[in-house]
Design a protein around this ligand. Structure first.
Ligand code: ADP
Ligand code: MG
Length: 243
């Protein structure tokens, strides 16, 4: 199996506060890895380290075998390989839906406008938002905004998609439409690293589940292992609390 990401002995502190401690896990091509854990356990910081929005204090992040924390690595190139979807959408509110999906392509990938529009339409179609290309974000529901944010990330044709609680800011009735899109992406073989509180999604879609507790990976396994046969008491305790 081809490893796309391999995180080794990753550490991150804010001042004296050690937020991530000796994190080790990998993501293979075509895999969906879900990260679960209590609020404050370090999930977002981990994703932000993976896409270098935060600088780790130690360890390695191997992308296709190359440690992107080495000084000679082109982190701008690396970042174009990762798509990121945030809890709060982070759409450009003054741009319409189509523009949201083409500006990055034109600026960063140097795609022509026509090419960018073709690619954007392809992914807006995938997320079911191709009928809304002229709409501004404020005219859309939360679920629609998040689907546009997913299309925007996909339009960069990344190698891996990172999701940080993509449904946590949504009204309950809109969670399903976003999870459905994510499941479709997983079925198409997209490589995905997903921080989520949606345990049903993790059970159904994840190839592997990583449980984080206070800055460490307390347990990792298949959904079957983590949800039905957790080894660690703190995993059991977490699941009792949220299920
Ligand atoms: P989670 O996403 O699992 O809820 P976070 O990664 O957001 O957890 O946070 C983990 C810990 O790191 C928390 O204690 C949080 O307060 C701390 N933290 C996160 N970002 C910063 C920051 N920029 N500066 C200082 N502390 C931070
Ligand atoms: Mg978080």
């Amino acid at each position: 199996m081809e490893k796309i990401l391999d995180i080794r002995h990753l550490n991150k502190s804010f001042g004296t506060h050690e937020v991530l401690r000796d994190i080790n896990f990998s993501v293979n091509k075509g895999e969906v890895v879900c990260i679960i854990g209590s609020s404050g356990s370090g999930k977002s910081t981990l994703l932000r380290c993976v896409n270098l929005l935060e600088k780790p204090n130690g360890g390695e992040i191997l992308y296709r075998g190359e440690n992107i924390l080495d000084d000679n690595q082109d982190i701008y190139e690396y970042r174009t390989k990762l798509g990121m979807v945030f809890q709060q959408f982070n759409l450009f509110n003054n741009h319409n839906v189509l523009n949201n999906c083409i500006v990055g392509q034109m600026k960063v990938l140097r795609n022509s406008k026509e090419e960018a529009e073709n690619i954007a339409m392809k992914y807006l179609n995938v997320v079911g938002m191709d009928q809304y290309i002229d709409a501004k974000p404020k005219q859309l529901s939360g679920g629609q905004k998040q689907r546009v944010a997913i299309a925007r990330a996909l339009s960069m044709e990344p190698d891996v998609m990172l999701f940080d609680e993509p449904t946590s800011a949504l009204d309950p009735e809109m969670v399903g439409e976003v999870l459905k899109v994510m499941k479709e992406l997983a079925d198409r073989g997209l490589t995905m690293l997903v921080v989520t509180h949606e345990m049903e999604f993790a059970k159904e879609v994840a190839d592997r589940v990583v449980f984080m507790d206070r800055g460490v990976i307390a347990e990792e396994g298949t959904p079957e292992q983590i949800f039905n046969n957790p080894v660690e008491e703190r995993t059991r305790e977490f699941l009792r609390r949220i299920l």
